[in-house]
Design a protein around this ligand. Sequence first.
Ligand SMILES: Cc1cc2nc3c(=O)[nH]c(=O)nc-3n(C[C@H](O)[C@H](O)[C@H](O)COP(=O)(O)O)c2cc1C
Length: 190
Amino acid sequence: MTKIAIVYFSATGHTEQVAEAVAEGSKSVPGTEATLLRIVGEDIHQGRWKNDEILKTLNAADAIVFGTPTYMGGYAGQFKAFIDACGGIWYQQLWKDKIGAAFSHSQGLSGDKLNTLSGLMINGMQHSMIWIGTGMMPEGALPENTNRLSSYSGAMAQSNMDQPNIGPGDRQTAVLLGKRVAEAAKRWNG
Ligand SMILES: Cc1cc2nc3c(=O)[nH]c(=O)nc-3n(C[C@H](O)[C@H](O)[C@H](O)COP(=O)(O)O)c2cc1C
């Protein structure tokens, strides 16, 4: 069984919808299980995030997909607290050769999401992960088009705060990223 862990922060639910779409795509690959792990502010005490159960699940996964809304052009603070709490894992290189990928949701069409994805990709490189991008040409720039925001380092999604659901193109982009991650993990593990 190939294990995909999707670890994300979401305050108002949009990034969570992207995470769920990634899980759906991963599970479409036979022999794959996907686990959604939500980072919550309640696990941060005196600025430090701690949740040993989540770390245990991540350490056991074949692939980790990281997701955060873009806040002020970068990670949400809650997600950065989680990323920093993984410093001990980095020191032991426990995630070396795991498959890694990322996604970000923001309100702006750009909103500087690329900076968030670049940060997540660099974090993956520090952990010596094998990075999987979208591998997807943009179908167009309409809401129903896959990879409409032309992102290669990870999946981007955008919606306005008064929109309850992410758009169909962004949703499908996340499904396809999840599928690609699961296929890569399966191939990589032989
Ligand atoms: C503190 C803060 C900073 C934000 N900064 C940005 C930003 O730099 N670019 C942008 O497009 N949207 C920005 N937004 C909008 C968020 O990206 C949006 O609320 C988020 O993606 C919604 O995701 P969620 O429903 O999963 O919480 C910001 C929102 C907050 C609360």
